[in-house]
Design a protein around this ligand. Structure first.
Ligand SMILES: NC(=O)c1ccc[n+]([C@@H]2O[C@H](COP(=O)([O-])OP(=O)(O)OC[C@H]3O[C@@H](n4cnc5c(N)ncnc54)[C@H](OP(=O)(O)O)[C@@H]3O)[C@@H](O)[C@H]2O)c1
Length: 329
């Protein structure tokens, strides 16, 4: 599917983007892989690591429609990963988060339609479900824009879908590198916000594979949600820092005790497949789509009414040993 294709990744220098580039270059023969982001240093460093003749580095902001228009010329597939994602930064700088995560998403949609891109996948997060912080709220708004874009597309060929997942093990600024830093600094206590707290966990490679698979499965309008394990924050601390006492510091602003990939209010829209769920659009398009059978012919079944896919009630759990194995890799 990706051989001889031109793939553009907004936010291509980020954790996800880099892993996607690595995977595309090692498993396919793409015609072009275009990284679109703002910071020249990150692009310079990435170009040292990935210097295949297929690579293109494009400085640009998703807020800048004209620049996107230039970058999208001749592109087949777009992965929209660019986002501001630090929860406190979004609370203190709300308009900056809105401009990048919402206006930027809208620009990507408009330019993708204009340039006749085949398929666009936008990355979303469990924080977009019943959001309590601005980051989550902007990602929810962006999800809505991408789902509705299939309606605007009408007879045009461009299709838009969303891939939503939970915390990435070891991603920049997340709890795993934070705990690892404390351990290195010989901390005598590990801060725990709330001992009841649970999160969904996914590896970067799983997230990349999910996005690549979703390009094959998508018909436009779906939100793809992987089946992934949960872990308690206390188990995570025990695995990373065995023997170091924990200190309860209380839940931080904008944080939830548990996250959900979709809530019980959306259960009537959710379809279960072997290794993932699909959330159907709430709106109807003029074309009729049967989301219970995807573009690969895989079939799914509706989830029971009132079912919530939450990190608290998840049936799959990550053990400390499994987490350490993932980190070793
Ligand atoms: N990490 C997680 O745990 C997680 C979980 C679920 C979903 N997600 C979603 O996955 C996506 C990728 O996350 P990530 O972990 O790879 O993030 P990341 O490492 O912080 O990378 C973000 C990327 O976006 C670029 N960017 C930021 N603002 C931009 C703008 N205005 N215009 C163009 N590029 C911009 C950044 O480069 P410059 O700063 O150089 O522009 C960087 O390349 C995000 O949409 C995020 O919401 C992440």
């Amino acid at each position: 599917m990706f051989n001889d294709k031109a793939i553009l990744i907004t936010g291509g220098t980020g954790s996800f983007g880099k892993q996607l580039v690595k995977t595309l270059l090692s498993q396919y023969q793409p015609r072009k892989v275009i990284v679109y982001s703002r910071d020249e240093l990150k692009q310079f460093e990435m170009a040292q690591e990935f210097n295949s003749p297929a690579m293109r580095y494009f400085l640009g902001d998703v807020r800048d429609r004209d620049r996107l228009r230039l970058a999208f010329q001749g592109v087949d597939y777009v992965v929209h990963a660019a986002a501001l994602k630090q929860i406190p930064a979004a609370e203190y700088n709300p308009m900056e988060c809105i401009k990048t995560n919402i206006n930027g998403a809208n620009n990507v949609i408009d330019v993708a339609l204009e340039q006749g891109i085949d398929k666009v996948i936008a990355l979303s997060t469990d924080k977009a479900v019943n959001p309590i912080n601005l980051y989550g709220a902007t990602k929810l708004a962006a999800d809505k824009l991408f789902v509705a874009a299939n309606n605007i597309a009408g007879a045009m060929k461009t299709r838009f879908s969303v891939v939503r997942y939970g915390n990435v093990v070891g991603s920049r600024g997340s709890v795993v590198p934070f705990f690892q830093k404390l351990i290195q600094e010989k901390a005598t206590e590990i801060p725990i916000t709330d001992p009841r707290m649970t999160r969904f966990w996914i590896t970067l490679q799983q997230a990349v594979n999910l996005v690549l698979d979703s390009f094959e499965r998508m018909q436009g309008g779906e939100i793809f949600v992987p089946k992934i394990p949960s872990m308690k924050i206390t188990d995570l601390a025990d695995a990373l820092a065995p023997g170091i006492p924990t200190k309860i510091i209380g839940i931080r602003p904008g944080e939830k005790l548990h996250e959900a990939m979709f809530s019980e209010e959306s259960s009537h829209l959710a379809i279960e497949f072997a290794d993932h769920y699909v959330i159907k659009p709430t709106i109807e398009y003029t074309r009729v789509v049967d989301y219970s059978c995807n573009a690969l012919g895989e079939k799914g079944v509706a989830v029971p009414e009132g079912f919530e896919y939450s990190s608290e009630s998840n049936t799959e759990w990550l053990s400390g040993f499994q987490l350490l194995d993932i980190l070793k890799l």
